[in-house]
Design a protein around this ligand. Structure first.
Ligand code: GUN
Length: 306
């Protein structure tokens, strides 16, 4: 069997088109959706992510503001910045890029964001709203996974879903979302015994653990839907060959950039036995930014609701 690819680039483009259209409509009524991204320190990956988010805002017609702060920023200084953003009428969404430097009290910072501007869906109020199926903001990566499955008409009701990983950003909210769609959900984590056997029971298998190609063929029931949320880097030709064989484009990418991306799923073994598979890159990743844009649009639409 060769798995059907769940193409995140195409689905994200479609969602972004809709977001841009609704954004034009709202802007014509005098409200341009605005996103503020706070970036503390100079973590290169965080900088890349924030730049990509800001660029997508501009492309879709949203207002975007990046607030860079020095690595030594204190919790109080960050709280003052957030208080100002909470008050601003032109900012509908606030995101504080994670991880924050160690001197900063991350839970206090998250709690300081107005829940109605918390487009990451990290605030305890939004976590509670999600658990209770109330209107709020759903974290972007799990929302993206759901959007991808919905686009391809993949049924969830009554099916067995296994989520590998219980992070508050991905695994936990995704488990809730799948449960709300009547899947039978199992969440696995670092203490789960016989991970492969549990994973093998899944009709829908989601890998969100951050371990290169942990999910090998023995984890996958033939025909299962495999969603790979992992983003890991391979940095040597030997590693690239181990997972991709002599794939010339991967080896060329390694040569050019010094790395190539791989998920938590073994790409060739999964392609051989899954029914559907998200690629890395080009699977869940593009959906994450698309859902951030969508959440910011929703925040603006809700702010001008009568
Ligand atoms: N760091 C890694 N993923 C995310 C995310 O979705 N939002 C924020 N704010 N930081 C992150």
């Amino acid at each position: 069997m060769s798995a059907q690819i769940l193409d995140g680039v195409t689905v994200a483009a479609k969602l972004n088109e809709e977001t841009a259209e609704r954004c034009r409509h709202l802007t014509a009524r005098g409200v341009r959706p605005g996103l503020a991204a706070v970036l503390v320190g100079d973590n290169p990956a965080s900088r890349t992510y924030v730049a990509a988010k800001a660029k997508t805002c501009t492309r879709l017609g949203l207002y975007s503001e990046v607030i860079p702060l020095p690595t030594e920023t204190t919790t109080d200084e960050l709280l003052t910045r957030i208080a100002t953003l909470n008050q601003r009428a032109d900012i509908h969404g606030i995101l504080v890029q994670m991880p924050l430097p160690p001197q900063i009290d991350t839970p206090t910072v998250i709690r300081a964001i107005d829940p109605d501007k918390d487009v990451d869906g990290f605030h305890p109020v939004n976590v509670g709203r999600l658990a209770l199926k109330q209107e709020g903001f759903i974290p972007c990566t799990p929302a993206g996974v759901l959007a991808l499955l919905e686009h391809y008409d993949i049924r969830l009701r009554g099916r067995r879903a296994v989520v590998l990983g219980r992070s508050t950003i991905v695994g936990l909210p995704l488990a809730l979302l799948l449960l709300h769609r009547d899947a039978t959900v199992t969440v696995c984590h670092s203490r789960t015994s016989d991970l492969a056997a549990v994973a093998h029971t899944a009709d829908i298998l989601v890998a969100a653990i951050g371990r290169t190609a942990l999910v090998t063929g023995e984890f996958i029931r033939p025909g299962a839907v495999v969603v790979d949320v992992g983003i890991n880097r391979l940095t040597t030709p030997d590693e690239v060959r181990r997972y991709f064989g002599d794939n010339p484009s991967r080896l060329a990418e390694l040569d050019k950039k010094g790395y190539t991306l791989i998920g938590d799923v073994h790409p060739r073994q999964a392609a051989d036995c899954a029914g559907y598979l998200t690629p890395v890159p080009g699977g869940v990743g593009p959906l994450t930014i698309a859902m951030l844009m969508r959440n910011t649009l929703l925040a603006a639409e809700r702010a001008c609701r009568p």
